[in-house]
Structures are given as C-alpha cells and as structure tokens.
Design a protein around this ligand. Structure first.
Ligand code: FES
Ligand code: FES
Length: 160
C-alpha cells in the first residue's frame, strides 16, 4: 500500500496526514482527524450526509480523494459549529429541525452554502438545494423554515 503525505486545511488548521492516494476525504476526516460530524451513509455520492465545504462550495466527502483536497480550504460541521451565533445555527436550534439527526450535518452545510450564494432564496430554491441531502425523517418543512428565518435575520443585519 503506497502512502502519500497530504496537507489538508480543515476548519482553519493545517493537518499533515499520510494517506493512500485514492482514499476518500471522508475517511481521513473521520478516522485520522477525528472529525466524525461528517457522516458516512451511502458512500456512492447519493445521500449527501458526508457534505463538506471545499473552498466554500458544497462537496461530497465520499466522492473526492483527500489528495484532491490538498491546498483547498475544507470546512466541516465542526468548523461551522464554532460560529454558534450564526443565524442559521440559531434558527436550526430554535426550530428544533433535527429528528434522528443523522443527515443534519449535511443539511446544515448545504444550507450554509445556499445562504452564502443567495441571501434571499425562494421556497423553490431552498427545496431544490436541500433535496440533494436525503432526510429519511422528513424534516424538510422545518429545514425550509429555518433557512427562511436565518435569511431574514441575515438580511436584517445587512447595511441598507
Ligand atoms: S455518504 Fe457521501 S453522498 Fe452518501
Ligand atoms: S433527521 Fe433523521 S435522517 Fe434526517
């Protein structure tokens, strides 16, 4: 087994790891860096439970290799959790969005990416973006509500 050294910039820290050239980012995050908030579910790029931000864009950590992420800025749910006063996280808690919770790190990462791109997404735009992350508990109505509430809070803070 050939190992290669890769430096991953995760949640603001540089981490040097030894990894097989084809190992998915997901396993390095979970097994080597202990960032287990990023979940494994389908492993084939379908469910979105493993979503992270790669240079600010949503990316499925089961479908990209750690080697491909060298030099890029990776943000996981643990990184977003450091922004506890972010309107999205506040709304998520206030509206008690999660049920079993398994899909929720992927949901929050995707919602964060959506609000970074569009400060005032329509209900259709929210549903379209969030349908990429499967929730077996059917929390989509609360997800939509939380994103709409966070959007309002963020726009209220913008200079007029
Ligand atoms: S575990 Fe990556 S998309 Fe399902
Ligand atoms: S909250 Fe259970 S799968 Fe989404």
């Amino acid at each position: 087994m050939d190992l290669m050294a890769v430096t991953l910039h995760v949640n603001g820290s540089a981490n040097r790891v030894e990894a097989e050239s084809d190992i998915p980012l997901l396993w390095v995050l979970r097994d080597q860096l202990g960032l287990t908030g990023t979940k494994y579910s389908c492993g084939i790029g379908v469910c979105g439970s493993c979503m992270v931000l790669l240079d600010g864009m949503p990316a499925k950590a089961c479908r990209i290799t750690a080697a491909e992420c060298a030099g890029k800025k990776i943000t996981t749910i643990e990184g977003l959790a450091e922004q506890a006063d972010h309107p999205l996280l506040k709304s998520w808690l206030e509206l008690q969005v999660p049920q079993c919770g398994y899909c929720q790190s992927g949901q929050i990462i995707m919602a964060y990416a959506l609000l970074s791109e569009k400060h005032d997404p329509s209900a259709d735009e929210i549903d379209q973006a969030m349908s990429q992350i499967l929730c077996r508990c059917g929390t989509y109505p609360r997800i939509r509500q939380a994103i709409q509430q966070a959007s309002e809070m963020m726009r209220a803070k913008e200079p007029s």
